[in-house]
Write a protein that binds this ligand. Structure first.
Ligand code: FAD
Length: 508
């Protein structure tokens, strides 16, 4: 009687201890199920890339001599649910036990734990090795502190793993080179070529459509631009380190019309489905600095995202689930504008970010945080709806990383657990960091009137709506004082402009 071992679609880690050598008494189980395609409306490329990468992974396991049972979405006996399929397989094979690697999503973790409690056979969870810290690692380190700060975790992990260290001191004498970064991009150096492989997955797309899975965005099925194997992911990492990493730091926060990537890595998909291990990405970047191929400020900025933020948000997620995704500290209730789903808006920055998101299943951090996220925040959109959008539209969207970024960092729905202050900004920020305003019908310098950029009036309207809460907030009180200093008629005009903008943008 075999032991069944479940491998989920975001656990494509060939180096897991399970897989060291083939065993005749183990059957690996992988499955494509509707409960996974349907918990959000996913981008078509996300469904395709995950299924295609899973299929490649199953083949790689078979080539190494492992026994694999792969259930495609259209298999007649597919019960379209992880637990239901496992139950049926366990029975059919007379399995002696079922094992699974700890899922990264609370939803699946809860379903498997529930089943384990009542299943007629032993059902056991095993640790993964996908992150630097175990699930509760952040809580164990920061739990006692009154306020969790990412930087504390980041420095501790730098020391423990000896990353960018000179003995006890941080390389270059500083932990953080943010101040050297944050430059707008003026066209030079050129955006490097897109190094990603392309795949013809039209047959898979036909199967997904035939099944009636509701998706959003361009499938790009004839030339799917995401790595589907570890070798492809490693090649993408190499190309990034050589061509883009040297410029990553300075332009990390830049926005540019027609440049969806700039110097970002687009490695989040490979990292999140575990084709790459975070530590190997970190080491590769550090090696580039030690070899003199990339400046420290860029390398430190990049490493902080993975060693710091990525581990930190995962810790926030596990410390506050369940319930985190229902948080709404600012009591925002407006529906998300319809054009988040089709990009049809006359605000140039939003049109670019959303259009590209639907076309590529990708936008870089500043587009997510300061364009689409910022707008939803100052417009007062329901964070649960904003969360559903982000959970669907990005290639890298998995709840453990998406929810803290969306609800915490971008919508302040957790009341300040993730972010010390709301990431709300007016048009001045967008104009400083990018060139979208030049081609926009709205004027970024104006606060009131029909031509004024809606980000301005909505920003001040946001401050006004939350005046009482922010008047005593250490990092927001200054904005409240500025608002209060405006003459009465200016304040009235701002609020009217905000109302008109919301109506025009089909929000009221
Ligand atoms: P790069 O800029 O090249 O950064 C390198 C890597 O660092 C990324 O691949 C990623 O693994 C990691 N990283 C960077 N920033 C973060 C962060 N804030 N949190 C966690 N890891 C980070 N990231 C996801 O992986 N999945 C999501 O669903 C997701 N949703 C987001 C939603 C919002 C509202 C915001 C503001 C951010 C979100 N992020 C998410 C974080 C970040 O924007 C993406 O990781 C990044 O844009 C992915 O592109 P990249 O690989 O080119 O990143």
């Amino acid at each position: 009687a075999p032991t069944l071992r479940l491998i989920l679609g975001d656990q494509l880690d060939l180096d897991h201890p399970w897989l060291r050598e083939p065993r005749a008494d183990v059957l690996y189980v992988m499955m494509e199920v509707r409960s996974e395609t349907d918990y959000a409306r996913h981008h078509a490329q996300k469904v395709l890339a995950i299924f295609a990468a899973m299929r490649s992974f199953a083949n790689a396991l078979r080539r190494r001599g492992h026994r694999v049972r792969y259930i495609p979405l259209d298999h007649p006996h597919n019960r379209q649910d992880v637990v239901a399929n496992l139950q049926a397989l366990a029975q059919a094979h007379g399995a002696q036990a079922v094992e699974y690697q700890q899922p990264d999503e609370w939803r699946l973790d809860a379903a498997l734990r529930r089943w384990a409690q009542q299943a007629p056979l032993p059902v056991r969870a095993v640790e993964t090795r996908h992150f630097l810290l175990p699930r509760d690692g952040v809580t164990r380190r920061l739990g006692a502190r009154r306020r969790w700060v990412m930087e504390h975790l980041y420095r501790a992990l730098r020391r423990e793993h000896g990353v960018l260290m000179n003995g006890e001191q941080p390389a270059g004498g500083r932990w953080n080179f943010d101040a050297d970064n944050r430059q707008p991009w003026r066209g030079q150096p050129p955006e490097p070529p897109d190094p990603r492989p392309r795949h013809d997955v039209r047959a898979l797309w036909a199967m997904v459509r035939q099944a009636g899975v509701a998706t959003v965005g361009e499938p790009a099925a004839a030339a799917l631009p995401w790595p589907l194997t570890r070798a492809e992911a490693l090649a993408q990492l190499d190309a990034f380190v050589e061509q883009a990493l040297p410029h990553f730091g300075p332009y990390q926060d830049a926005l540019a019309e027609g440049r969806p990537r700039l110097f970002h890595s687009q490695l989040s998909f490979a990292l999140n489905v575990k084709l790459l291990h975070p530590l190997e990405v970190i080491c590769r970047a550090e090696d580039a600095w030690r070899a003199g191929c990339a400046p420290l400020a860029s390398v430190e900025g990049f490493i902080r995202q993975i060693l710091g933020w990525r581990e930190y948000v995962r810790g926030i997620y596990w410390a506050h689930m369940p319930g985190y995704t229902e948080r709404n500290a600012l009591a925002h209730t407006r529906p998300l504008p319809r054009w988040y789903w089709d990009g049809d808006t006359d605000l140039a920055c939003l049109r670019a970010a959303i259009g590209q998101t639907l076309r590529d299943a990708y936008a870089h951090h500043i587009q997510r945080l300061m364009v689409t996220g910022n707008f939803a925040l100052i417009a007062g959109c329901d964070p649960a709806e904003v969360h559903r959008w982000y959970l669907g539209v990005y290639i890298d969207a998995f709840e453990w990383v998406e929810a803290p970024n969306t609800l915490g960092m971008s919508q302040w729905a957790d009341g300040g657990l993730m972010a010390t202050k709301p990431y709300a900004a007016s048009a001045a920020y967008l104009q400083r960091m990018g060139d979208h305003c030049r081609g926009c019908r709205y004027d970024p310098r104006r606060r009131t009137g029909a031509d004024a950029c809606p980000f301005n009036a909505l920003y001040w309207d946001f401050i006004a709506r939350h005046e009482a809460r922010f008047a005593t907030h250490p990092r927001m009180a200054m904005m409240v004082r500025q608002w209060r200093k405006l003459p009465d008629d200016e304040r009235r005009a701002v609020r009217q402009t905000a109302q008109a903008a919301l109506q025009l943008l089909e929000l009221d």
